[in-house]
Design a protein around this ligand. Structure first.
Ligand SMILES: *Cc1c(COP(=O)(O)O)cnc(C)c1O
Length: 856
């Protein structure tokens, strides 16, 4: 290693001959990362160099050297490939797609904010699932033609690169990235000067940022970067690393993302003529300040009041919550936020009311804390979790924000995550799909017919992908061992793993709830499984611990140490630096993908979906997506020990169940062969690829976001904005009116004298409710009768029917009578309740204001 360290690096781009000129555009559009042909084109320019520079076309063009480029320019076949790829890219960027054919009103432009984006291994701007999901969201939006712009930060050192020392302890390195060298371009003024965003901070400081544009197919991704000469040294470090610091550093990143992000989108629209976004999507709470910035815009530019601006922002905002784990949610000291709200950063915004939007001022909350998820839910009228189960868990977790509202009515829906097929499906499966079905996407095909894809062919491809993983594991471990200690590589490392052995994969970030070391619970039992002389099992593990999380590093160390044991080494291996590049080899190369989180803390999980699309079977706790889509034939469910009295007991029970499944289900099925083929196993593989191919893709996910959240949000935005914000003003006045009156709204009595003791199905009963509206109009309030079966606690079942009662006439002495008839269709123990809620056509949910009054 050289002793002189460069303090800056930069790339000198070569001059391309006219025949090779399209390579520039092909290299700078990240579509190359999921297009096999473009990827292969760049790799073929110099396969060894391609690996060495980390598989990135822009770096490749910078590294090749003029001589080789001149050779290629004179190579007619190569030039013809360049031209063909350029034509394909052009067609991809301009053709009509799903979104253009979608009928009805739809958003003109969606701005999608996320703290991390996982697009490719050579752009390490992600730490795990949240970022990869955001990357896949952009790619599917591109494939579907959705007019979306991504907004994030450019972290100069990205997330860290992991290596493992002799002692099994995680080491972190932060290589600096050169955005030019990666093919990013700066957003510029017409005169060529870089556009800079500025944020006024307390203490008369100003945070400046430039805006990089990464083209993700048809989708621009804007990345704000504080590394500019306009900033002080201190402020240049704001975007140094992803999730690097805590406290103010983290807050500055989130202010830059939210506030700076909105300003960057405005500048981008002005520079390119893109319409202003009518929908803003906040991917997790970190970008929540975008809503406050937009309120500030409405107040200063359109003269709206705080309440009107809030109504307008809520209408057009989609908020996605991604975790039920408290540590995953950003919480800041109230006073710290207050200092930024009064610094002049948010012009025109009442700091006291703005602060209230994020305070945990509910039962069980900490009023000294400003919570970004709370802010997100207050600013986003359209909110969702990321799997059915996570939706349910989120409704419970955030229910305190809607006091008095039944958990199942809390206005948070769910859209289950998905993964981008063209990125995550291995080229070998794509090729097979192309041969058998005529297209490479490999999703939404019926893989069950052995006449279309024979057992030999499918098993052959599965085997080739395993061979690749084994070779890669040997290569990486050899490199890792030679880099530490004596540098001598023992022979067991060179012969690590066996492609014929049942291979289980497990890789993810290493927070405690994911239980990296659950498999080590009973080391003897695990050793027996790994070393069975006839039918052994092997395990490939990976994962990064957050640099500040020593408890995660201890888990990694335990695993590494176990894997070095004489008896088991070679059969269990920890591969360092789990990232997109490793993941693309790891998922297809495993027979089984394991996931054993503490239920229900895994909001969704997506690695198992990527494995499934490549024909791996899942072995998982019924959490996240697996709880929804496990069907008995696509893998195995590890039973959850819900009745365990403590964590230790629970881990023991779940680990025992895991070993049992491996020993009694996986091993026999995998090793049962007919003519060398595991028929039953392959049947499960075919079933997995067919069934999960229909559901587990981010194309399905993005279509769901468009139809269920973006279209309604855009409709609300338009409705509120029309005629000089007439409806926004009306809605804000309504909200103020009902909030003021609500404490006195009271259901005086419910007259159900018509109900006999012995009711019979078919009877029709009349219900009359006398409600004191305290000055509200009868049509400001919906008086609802809910009826259905009751349980032993007299609680109404979830399938209850809700029926709206109508005012019977004008108020008498301040009391309005509402009536309705109730046909008794449900038999058995039956009950009803009456409640009053505010009602307005532009509310998404009847309980979204958190105002509900029940009859007692
Ligand atoms: C998909 C992916 C993840 C997320 O997987 P989970 O199942 O949610 O843990 C994390 N890291 C990488 C590199 C991935 O590709």
């Amino acid at each position: 290693m050289g002793l002189v360290k460069a303090i800056r690096t930069f790339t000198v781009r070569p001059v391309l001959a006219p025949s090779l000129a399209p390579l520039d555009r092909l290299a700078s559009n990240w579509r190359w990362s999921w297009s096999r042909a473009t990827h292969a084109l760049f790799a073929s320019m110099d396969p060894d160099l391609w690996e060495e520079i980390g598989e990135n076309p822009s770096r490749m063009l910078g590294a090749l050297g003029q001589t080789r480029l001149d050779q290629l320019a004179a190579d007619d076949r190569f030039v013809a490939r360049v031209r063909a790829e350029d034509e394909r890219l052009e067609a991809y960027l301009t053709g009509e797609r799903w979104y253009q054919r979608l009928e009805g009103a739809k958003p003109a432009h969606i701005a999608y904010f996320s703290p991390e984006f996982g697009v490719d291994g050579s752009l390490p701007q992600y730490s795990g699932g949240l970022g990869i999901l955001a990357g896949d969201h952009l790619k599917s939006s591109s494939d579907l033609g959705v007019p979306l712009t991504g907004v994030g930060l450019f972290y100069r050192a990205g997330y860290f690169r992991q290596s493992i020392g002799d002692d099994g302890w995680q080491r972190e390195a932060y290589p600096l990235l050169d955005p030019y060298g990666l093919g990013l371009t700066l957003l510029r003024e017409p005169d060529g000067a870089p556009i800079e965003i500025a944020l006024d901070l307390p203490g008369a400081r100003t945070l400046h940022a430039r805006v990089w544009i990464a083209d993700i197919g048809r989708i621009p991704l804007l990345l704000l970067d504080s590394e500019t000469p306009s900033n002080t040294e201190e402020l240049r470090r704001v975007t140094d690393r992803l999730y690097g610091g805590g406290g103010e550093h983290r807050l500055l990143q989130e202010l830059l993302l939210g506030v700076g992000g909105v300003r960057a989108v405005r500048a981008f629209s002005a520079a390119t003529g893109r319409p202003a976004p009518d929908v803003f999507h906040t991917n997790e709470g970190h970008a929540g300040f975008q809503g406050l910035e937009r309120m500030s815009e409405f107040i200063t530019a359109d003269g709206l009041s705080f309440g009107e601006a809030l109504a307008q922002v809520r209408a057009s905002t989609v908020f996605t919550t991604h975790t039920p784990v408290a540590a995953g949610i950003d919480r800041f000291p109230r006073d710290l936020i207050a200092s930024f709200l009064t610094s002049g950063l948010f012009r025109g915004l009442d700091p006291v009311r703005a602060l209230e939007l994020g305070l945990e001022s509910y039962e069980g909350g900490d009023p000294g804390v400003f919570n970004m998820a709370v802010l997100g839910l207050h600013l986003g009228q359209h909110a969702n979790g990321v799997s059915l189960l996570h939706g349910e868990v989120s409704r419970g977790m955030f229910g305190q924000l809607w006091p008095g509202v039944d958990t199942d009515e809390v206005p948070i829906t769910s859209i289950t995550n998905g993964v981008h097929g063209p990125t995550w499906i291995h080229p070998a499966i794509k090729a097979l799909s192309e041969r058998a079905f005529g297209d490479a996407y490999a999703t939404e095909h019926d893989w069950s017919d052995a006449r279309v894809v024979s057992d030999e062919e499918l098993w052959g491809v599965r085997g080739a992908m395993k061979d690749e993983l084994v070779a890669e594991a040997r290569r990486r471990m050899t490199a890792s061992v030679s880099a530490t200690g004596s540098g001598v590589v023992p022979s067991w490392v060179q012969n690590l793993l066996d492609p014929d052995v049942l291979t289980i994969g497990f890789a993810r970030r290493v927070p405690t709830y994911k239980r990296l070391t659950l498999m080590l619970r009973d080391p003897e039992r695990l050793t027996k499984l790994l070393t069975d002389p006839e039918r052994p099992v092997q395990i490939v593990v990976g994962g990064k611990s957050h640099p500040a999380d020593d408890s995660g590093k201890i888990l990694i160390q335990q695993l590494v140490r176990f894997s070095q044991g004489k008896e088991v080494r070679g059969r269990i291996v920890f591969l360092p630096n789990y990232d997109i590049t490793l993941a693309k080899i790891l998922y297809p190369g495993c027979d089984v993908w394991l996931n054993n989180p503490l239920r229900p803390l895994e909001a969704c999980g997506t690695s198992g979906m990527k494995a499934a699309l490549n024909g791996a079977l899942n072995l998982s706790i019924l959490d996240g997506w697996w709880d929804e889509w496990y069907d008995g034939e696509n893998g195995w469910a590890i039973p959850t020990a819900d009745t365990a009295s403590n964590d230790e007991e629970r881990d023991d029970a779940e680990a025992a169940a895991l070993y049992d499944l491996i020993e009694h289900q996986l091993v026999p099925t995998f090793y049962e062969r007919e003519g060398g083929i595991p028929k039953r196993w392959l049947g499960m593989v075919r079933h997995t690829m067919t069934e999960l191919g229909k559901k587990a893709t981010s194309d399905r996910m993005v279509r769901d976001y468009v139809t269920r959240l973006y279209v309604p949000a855009a409709e609300h935005d338009v409705a509120l904005r029309a005629d000089g914000f007439a409806e926004a003003k009306e809605l804000a006045a309504f909200v103020a009116r009902v909030r003021a009156a609500w404490p006195k709204v009271h259901i005086e009595n419910v007259d159900s004298s018509g109900i006999p003791q012995q009711a019979q199905a078919g009877d029709v009963l009349e219900v009359r409710a006398a409600v004191r509206l305290d000055g509200l109009a009868a049509d400001d309030v919906a008086v609802e009768l809910a009826y259905g079966r009751t349980d032993e606690n007299d609680a109404l079942a979830h399938d209850r029917v809700v029926h709206r009662l109508r005012p019977a006439g004008p108020a008498l002495d301040g009391v309005t009578t509402f009536t309705g008839t109730l046909p008794l269709t449900v038999t058995g123990t039956f009950g009803y309740s009456v409640r009053a809620v505010p009602t307005h056509p532009l509310l998404v949910s009847p309980v979204e204001l958190g105002l509900v009054t029940y009859a007692s």
